[in-house]
Design a protein around this ligand. Sequence first.
Ligand code: PLP
Length: 380
Amino acid sequence: MPYCDHNATAPLRPEAREAVARALALTGNPSSVHAGGRAARALVEEARQAVADLVQAKSDSVIFTSGATEANALALWGAVEAAMDGGKPITRLLVSAIEHKSVLKTAEAIAGHVTDMRLEIVPVTAGGVVDIDALAGLLQGEGRALVAVMAANNETGVVQPITEISRLCREAGALLLVDAVTAAGRMSLDAGVCDYLTLSGHKLGAPQGVGALIIGDAAPLVAQLVGGGQQKGLRAGTENLSGIAGFGAAAKAVLSNDEECPRVAALRDGFERALKEAVPDAVILGMSVSRLPNTSNIALPEIAAENVVIALDLDGVMVSSGSSCSSGKISPSHVLAAMGVNDLSSIRVSFGWNSSKDDADAVVASLVKLWQRARSRAAA
Ligand code: PLP
């Protein structure tokens, strides 16, 4: 069955599957001093190094978490609380309008709980890129800021100007959180440009339920989970050994395969060309700006994205809609709304390490069939 939803979850890589199985065969808590514990600890540290290498960081800056939702919450709450505790308090959260809900909702919660904290949303351009002038203007305001901008957007794949944002933040004395969940493995990343960087294993081909926060040398952080003092006291709890081992193996697999990104880029570009040829009315969002090599965000005018996703699913093709569906309610994409796109609903087709031309062809065939059916219904 064609699976084209890698930005939601990438299929488990064989290297990760093997590493998970090896870890599950071990008995030992990574904190135990006996041989079993030491073997488990060695796996955790090997994975920590691999994840650090993925983002050009030092291994001791990697804190494993249960995923990127936790890593984003740890960075945001942990930074705000640490700054209150002694450093220069953070009084402003500058969050891009296209952040993942784990960042946006956490920022809203912090602004609702912390006295004198303001949440300001940084707009994006019609192309889906953070508006640098608007951010520069906001950074001129009073009070120390914590800025959150993702490296690339999970719905559109649009790459954000992190180097420039980093420079602006440093000049203004602001802290910077980069959610690199979708970008990791699909473009080169350097954790050195920010204070906090977050990753999620399952977007890379590791199992679900494991992620990481990478912290800069001078980044303030207070633990949000306390207890056994694991991970230098910054994230207590027995490490998820098998998940972490799978995460490390997936990171190594990404780093050792230089051909994966160009291959996926060629597949995605060929897919978009074929679709535009067959359905010239199809709109591909974010095409005018730099995008990740694997993501395509497509709208078929006058066909609701939910109907497209269902029609494709009936053909055995798996993609996502740009909308989020929670508690049975479907809400329009906040990312598209931020780009000023209010009259289209779109689907996201995202390829990855095991995607084939057959997968891409199946998406095109299914979309063309749906489009022709809609056209003939409209003409009747
Ligand atoms: N950030 C982005 C950009 C995401 O796409 C996701 C997941 O969809 C998350 C954060 C949350 O990651 P996790 O599923 O590991 O909690």
